[in-house]
Design a protein around this ligand. Structure first.
Ligand code: COA
Length: 258
């Protein structure tokens, strides 16, 4: 169905694997197009409760945008490439279902930007992170200048961007860029076990937590107002009645997403 992605659905967890291992899973035009399409599928398919994004092979999550597509681009073409990247990654960031990156190796340039567009990140112990664009005379163009500052703070983010230095998984953990570091062979199981737990919670409430958290970084929206509206919204859901009743009856809640 997809040329550059592998997908699988198991226990309501949808795994998306970027599958160009011979090019270290670099994001070419087709990958970006298919990432956009696959997130339409994520939205539509009610059997999908949450998503893992990872890269094929043991070496690389994504080693960046595909540099071989860059040389001939004009200024305007480069701007529209960045705009397209922004819209695909915003689609991931604003996905109402949890999306986590399982970073299985290099997360460089657009690869780190993709990981940062996910709701949070888990890394294997061999993972390496960098924004090496200044080595090429360019800058991050898929939202990285913004999301890196949001996630690790301005000083560390500017140093990473202007030095192109690569950081290892444990440094990424210390920086708050990733939430966990695990041995590579445990990476997907760790991601699945985290999502299995999350999938047992109320999906409509989860979607509103994501929306409210994202609004912190959206100057067109007032996050406090969004929280108030979302809090009220939850009280009109069947899941809220179920969650509160289950607590009072000392049983496990069974959420239906209604
Ligand atoms: N775009 C296009 N192709 C890429 C790529 C990218 N971002 N990253 C790696 N590749 C390709 C290589 O060209 C090579 O292809 P080939 O076998 O047809 O020559 C293949 O993937 C394997 O990469 P290689 O460089 O041989 O592996 P390595 O282990 O020696 O080095 C890296 C690994 C990640 C250090 C190195 O590939 C690299 O620096 N990649 C670019 C990272 C980058 O600058 N990303 C930001 C882009 S904006």
């Amino acid at each position: 169905m997809y040329q550059t992605l592998l997908t699988s659905l198991e226990n309501h967890i949808f795994a998306i694997t970027i599958n160009r291992p011979d090019k270290l899973n670099a994001l070419n035009h087709s990958v970006m197009q298919e990432l956009s399409e696959v997130f339409d599928e994520v939205q539509k398919n009610a059997a999908i409760k949450s998503v893992i994004i990872t890269g094929a092979g043991p070496k690389s999550f994504v080693a960046g945008a595909d540099i071989s597509e860059f040389l001939e681009l004009s200024v305007d073409e480069a701007k529209s490439l960045a705009q397209k990247g922004h819209s695909v990654f915003k689609k991931i960031e604003n996905c109402p279902k949890p999306v986590i990156a399982a970073v299985n190796g290099f997360a460089l340039g657009g690869g780190n930007e993709l990981a940062m567009a996910c709701h949070f990140r888990i890394a294997s112990d061999n993972a390496k992170f960098a924004q090496p664009e200044v080595n090429l005379g360019i800058i991050p163009g898929y939202g990285g200048t913004q999301r890196l500052v949001q996630l690790i703070g301005k000083g560390r983010a500017i140093e990473m961007m202007i030095s192109a230095k690569m950081i290892d998984a444990n440094t990424a953990l210390e920086y708050g860029l990733v939430n966990y570091v695990v041995p590579q062979e445990e990476l997907l199981n760790k991601a699945k076990s985290i999502l299995a737990e999350i999938n047992s919670k109320a999906p409509l409430a989860i979607a509103r937590c994501i929306e409210a958290a994202n609004s912190v970084f959206d100057e067109t929206r007032n996050g406090y107002e969004i929280e108030i509206t979302a809090f009220g919204y939850c009280f009109g859901t069947e899941d809220m009645k179920e969650g509160i009743s289950a607590f009072l009856e000392k049983r496990k809640a069974n959420f239906t997403g209604k």
